[in-house]
Structures are given as C-alpha cells and as structure tokens.
Design a protein around this ligand. Sequence first.
Ligand code: SAM
Length: 253
Amino acid sequence: MKLSARLIQIAERLPMGCKLADIGSDHALLPVYAVKNGLALSAVAGEVNEGPLKAAQQQVAQAGLTSSIAVRKGDGLAVVSPGEVDTITIAGMGGALIASILEAGQEKLAGVHTLVLQPNVGEDLVRRWLLRHEWALTEESILEEDGKIYEILTARRLSDSAGFNAQLYAPRALPGSEMKLTEELLLLLGPWLIKEPNAVWFEKWHGEIKQLERIRSSVASSSHEASRIKEQELAELARQLKEVMECLQKDKQ
Ligand code: SAM
C-alpha cells in the first residue's frame, strides 16, 4: 500500500498502540496503515458519504482487517461512543469543518488524549478551537507534496493545557523589529512553525501575502464604504506578514 508523505507524517504522530478514530477516512488508508504497522491496536474509520464509505469498506476487507477496523457511516464524531477511542485524526478537510466536527462532538472527546488534525486551509480556525477548549497544541509540522502545502497539528490533553497554551501564545517580540507577535498572528502563522520556520513555511506565507494583495486590490475597486475598512484591514495584515517574513528571514541568515 502506497501512502502519501502527508498521511505518513500524520501516522507518525499517533501514539503507539492507540485506539484510533479517523474521521472523513475516505479510502481508510490511514487506519489500515496504522493498524498494519502496530501504531493503532484498533480503529474506527468514519465517513459521511456513501462512495468513500464503500471504498473504506473494500480497503479494510482487502487488508484482512475487518476484526480490528470498524468502518462506520456518520457525520463527524457521531460514529464513536464516548470512551471508545483515545486518538482522533481528521485530515484533508477545511479548518472550519474540522473545528465544527470537534465542536459538535465534544462529548465524544471524553477519554481522547490525542488529536492529529490536518486542515487543508483555515489552520488558524483549528488552533483557535483547540485554544478555546484547552487542548495543548504540542506539535506542528508543514510539508509540501505534489505542489500543495499541508500543516499537521497535534494536540494533547495535558494536566495544565491552559498554562501550556498561555506560554505558547504569549505575545513576544519579533527579533529585529518594533513589532510584536500577537496571539492573533501566532494563531495564523503557527506558534511552533514560527519558532523554526522552514523553506516550505516561507513559501506558504509569501504565497498568502500575494493572495492578500490580490484580494485587497479587488476590494479597492469597490465603491462601498465598508470596502474601505476591509481594504485597510487587508493592507495592515499584509504589512505585518511582510515584516514578519523579512525579520525571520534575516534572523535565519
Ligand atoms: N482523510 C483522508 C485524507 O486525508 O486523505 C480523506 C480526505 S477527503 C478529501 C475528505 C473526506 O471527508 C471525504 O471522503 C468526505 O466524504 C469526508 N467528510 C466530509 N465531511 C465529513 C463529516 N462531517 N463527517 C465525516 N466525514 C466527512
């Protein structure tokens, strides 16, 4: 079975011998890999759509793992009972959807100690949800595969998650600048990723700045009063991001 580098990195973040639920499992590639390699003792592969559900059932049957992987149809965390799993992966969806799945399934998170989340976009929405619900963001990574950039966020329940997060998101000075890295910027840029920014992270944010500037110039062409405020907000965000990139790039040299 050939797994993408993205799914391998997600699997590497699973605690050895976990009881896994992979939500939005599609072909169930991740749970099959995790159980085959002893990373997970058992798994639930959850799918809301019929086509991917069938693909997951076939994959699990072909792998001969029907006794250790349950393929279930349902929306988000509806496919698990409280206490049934200790680790949850949700990958390959937007950050808003991941946050809404976690929000709607909060009572299913009893007994869960690890979340490995890979939003395709809107990573800040996932970080914000974790922060608000006292999940400690313990690890972040970023990778590029087939021309796409992915972030993987790992969160754990610690005895003092709130204290851990307070330190992680504490506003701090940006080296070589008057500017402060605020909680808002850290939520956007990734509090771990920004500590050791790699080439992929720089590439992502240079692209995001270009995108912000494109949106700003299209907003600028609108005559609505509200567009002026939006334009200023976008310009200010782009200015801050440029300054962060410049300072961190200088700092690396
Ligand atoms: N997790 C796999 C991965 O990362 O390669 C598959 C990602 S695929 C792009 C997203 C999957 O999530 C689709 O198969 C879709 O049917 C499923 N999905 C979307 N919303 C869902 C929800 N609320 N509950 C369960 N599955 C969902």
